[in-house]
Design a protein around this ligand. Sequence first.
Ligand SMILES: Cc1cc2nc3c(=O)[nH]c(=O)nc-3n(C[C@H](O)[C@H](O)[C@H](O)COP(=O)(O)OP(=O)(O)OC[C@H]3O[C@@H](n4cnc5c(N)ncnc54)[C@H](O)[C@@H]3O)c2cc1C
Ligand code: FES
Length: 225
Amino acid sequence: MLTVFGVGEAPFAFSSKAGKEFQSTIRKAGTVTEALHKLEVGRKVGIRGPFGKSFPLVELKKAKSIIIVAGGIGLPPLRSLIQYIIANDFPKQIILYGARTPADLLYKNKFEKWKRDPKTKMLVTVDNGDDKWKGNVGVVTTLFDKIKVPENAKVVTVGPAIMMKFVIRKCLELGVKPEDIIVSLENRMTCGYGKCGNCAYGKYLVCKDGPVFTYEQIKDIQGIF
Ligand SMILES: Cc1cc2nc3c(=O)[nH]c(=O)nc-3n(C[C@H](O)[C@H](O)[C@H](O)COP(=O)(O)OP(=O)(O)OC[C@H]3O[C@@H](n4cnc5c(N)ncnc54)[C@H](O)[C@@H]3O)c2cc1C
Ligand code: FES
């Protein structure tokens, strides 16, 4: 939880390894995020946390292969996972990344480095190309048609709710089991540590039980997607 003093507080994911220092990638959405964008270098912010559960690294390491599906601002939390996978001898990973336009693609300077990793394959698409764009055009789920989903793959997806809904649907069609589909949910948060109940989805508190869940855990909860 990052606080801009005198303005407010909001939750963010780590987009890098987190230790004495960390990075977050922040989209301007409203009051707190606009204030964060306006801060000058050297100004102080408040930090609480980290809260909640991370990606299941032990289980992911045991999987035969991992498919990472990111939509738009969903890439930042996955960037820390992608870098961890590359640095820690995980099984092979396929990254499928979609953004609205070429200008909306985040971390473009990292793509070549990720693609150089022998166990990483990365495909990128945009909903709408421009004159210079020579790559794929179409929503991120269209990239599934360009890969063979390995048997027993684990899928990790982060992005807008509508995008995750279609990624989950596609994965189920392709035979991925609900317990092997891992999503990161967003909800409004206040306390961040399970006291206020503001972030509840069904029986779960996103700040404490999540934000990372398997689809098996949440599939019967109304109103998430
Ligand atoms: C676990 C978690 C991780 C997140 N990680 C990131 C991250 O890495 N980078 C990033 O840019 N953002 C991230 N977010 C989203 C971020 O917290 C919101 O954009 C932020 O709270 C907006 O605050 P604000 O004061 O700027 O906007 P506000 O002024 O509070 O709201 C602006 C508009 O956005 C809507 N809104 C605000 N928060 C949410 C939300 N969580 N879901 C849906 N609508 C919302 C409001 O209803 C309003 O319409 C994350 C959220 C969660 C819960
Ligand atoms: S934000 Fe208070 S319980 Fe989750």
